[in-house]
Design a protein around this ligand. Structure first.
Ligand code: ATP
Length: 324
C-alpha cells in the first residue's frame, strides 16, 4: 500500500502497472486529468545514495529532453522523500513485455522498421546533444497502440562532457564495456544494433546463460549475418546492423546513419522539423550524477575520465541546474 503522503499533490492513483528495481509505477491522473505513468522510487532507492542519484538523474533528464520518440516527462521531483516522475503512459507497457506476449513470434518487417527508426532517431538526437543513453534495450522501449515507439529510462544517461561511464545490460552491452572501458555514443549504437538484430530476426545475436558466457559471446563471437536470417530486410539496413555490432567502437556507424537507413527503408525522409533542441542552456557543471551500474558492471571499472570531446551543446548545457 502506498503511503498517501508520498502521492504528489494533484495526482490521483488509478492502479499499479509495474515494479522495477528503482521504482513502483502507477497509472495515475495529473492536475489536468491526463493519464500518466507515475514513478515513485522505492523507499530503499531514496535511502541509498547511488540509486537516489540515478532516479534524480532520470527525473531531470526526462524533463529536459524534448523529442517525439523519447518518453515525455510531465512533472517530477528528483530527490528527497517526495521524489517522483510523471511520464507519458503507454498502455501496452514495455516492448520487451509485448514481445513476451507474442510468444516468440517476430514483428512484421514494417512494424520492426518503424519502431527501430523511431528509436534510432531518438538516439541520434541524444548524441547530437552530447548525451549517451547507456541502456538501449527492449525493456526501455515503449510502443503506443499506433505502433510508434519512444525511448525511456534516462537514469543512466550522461553527458560525454562529464566523462565516460560504465554500465549497461549484458545482452546489449558493447565489448568495450565488458573490457571495463568507458561507454560512448558508439556503445549506444552497438546496443541499438543488437536490438535491431533481435527485432528483425526474432533472435538475439549473442546469447549465454550467465554474465560470463555473454561476455565471451560479445567479445569473441560473430553471429549469423542478419541478411541470411531475414533476407527481406533491405540490404543497407542489414549491412549497418552488421557494422553496428562491430567489436571495435571506431568501426561502427553513427546512430544518425542507422536512422536515415531505416527511414529510407520505410520510404520516408528525415523530418528535422520534428526535433526540438534540448532546452535550458546553462553553465556546464560536472559531477552531480553518479551512474549506477546495473547488475552488469564488470569488475575493476575504471574511474570516470573523459571519453570523448564534449560537443558544443554539451559544453553549454547543464541538465542538473534548476530551471530558472
Ligand atoms: N511509461 C510507462 N507506461 C506504461 N508502463 C510503464 C511505463 N513506465 C514503466 N512502466 C511499467 O513499469 C515497469 C517498471 O518500470 P521501469 O523498468 O522503468 O522501473 P524502474 O524501477 O524505474 O527502472 P529499473 O528497473 O530500470 O531501475 C515496466 O516494466 C513497465 O511494465
Amino acid at each position: 500500500m502506498t503511503d498517501p503522503e508520498r502521492i504528489p499533490s494533484g495526482y490521483r492513483l488509478i492502479r499499479s502497472i509495474g515494479r522495477g528495481n528503482t521504482s513502483q509505477v502507477y497509472l495515475a491522473t495529473n492536475q489536468e486529468g491526463r493519464e500518466v505513468a507515475l514513478k515513485l522510487p522505492h523507499p530503499e532507492t531514496v535511502k541509498v545514495h547511488e540509486s537516489a542519484e540515478r532516479f534524480g538523474n532520470e527525473v531531470r533528464l526526462t524533463l529536459k529532453f524534448r523529442h517525439p520518440h523519447i518518453v515525455q516527462g510531465f512533472g517530477g521531483t528528483p530527490f528527497g522523500q517526495q521524489a517522483f516522475l510523471a511520464i507519458q503512459y503507454f498502455p501496452l507497457g514495455a516492448l520487451s513485455e509485448q514481445l513476451v506476449l507474442r510468444q516468440g513470434r517476430k514483428l512484421e518487417l514494417p512494424e520492426a522498421l518503424r519502431i527501430l527508426a523511431d528509436i534510432a532517431g531518438a538516439l541520434a538526437y541524444l548524441h547530437k546533444n552530447g548525451a549517451v543513453h547507456q541502456d538501449v534495450k527492449t525493456q526501455n522501449v515503449y510502443v503506443n497502440p499506433q505502433g510508434r515507439a519512444a525511448l525511456g529510462d534516462l537514469g543512466n544517461t550522461y553527458f560525454m562532457a562529464q566523462g565516460g561511464k560504465v554500465s549497461g545490460s549484458p545482452y546489449y552491452m558493447a565489448p568495450e564495456i565488458y573490457h571495463g572501458e568507458n561507454s560512448s555514443s558508439a556503445s549506444d549504437v552497438y546496443s541499438l544494433a543488437v536490438m535491431m538484430y533481435e527485432l528483425l530476426t526474432g533472435q538475439r545475436p549473442f546469447s549465454g546463460g550467465s554474465y560470463e558466457e555473454l561476455m565471451v559471446a560479445h567479445l569473441t563471437r560473430f553471429p549469423t549475418p542478419l541478411s541470411h536470417l531475414s533476407p527481406l530486410v533491405p540490404r543497407p539496413v542489414s549491412r549497418l546492423v552488421e557494422q553496428g555490432i562491430a567489436k571495435r567502437p571506431q568501426d561502427r556507424p553513427s546512430a544518425d546513419s542507422l536512422y536515415r537507413a531505416l527511414l529510407d527503408a520505410l520510404g520516408e525522409k528525415p523530418d528535422d522539423e520534428e526535433e526540438e533542441e534540448a532546452h535550458t542552456p546553462a553553465t556546464y557543471q560536472p559531477g552531480r550524477h553518479g551512474t549506477a551500474p546495473r547488475g552488469a558492471t564488470p569488475p575493476g571499472s575504471p574511474p570516470a575520465t573523459p571519453s570523448s570531446e564534449p560537443t558544443k551543446s554539451s559544453r553549454s548545457w547543464n541538465p542538473f541546474k534548476k530551471k530558472s
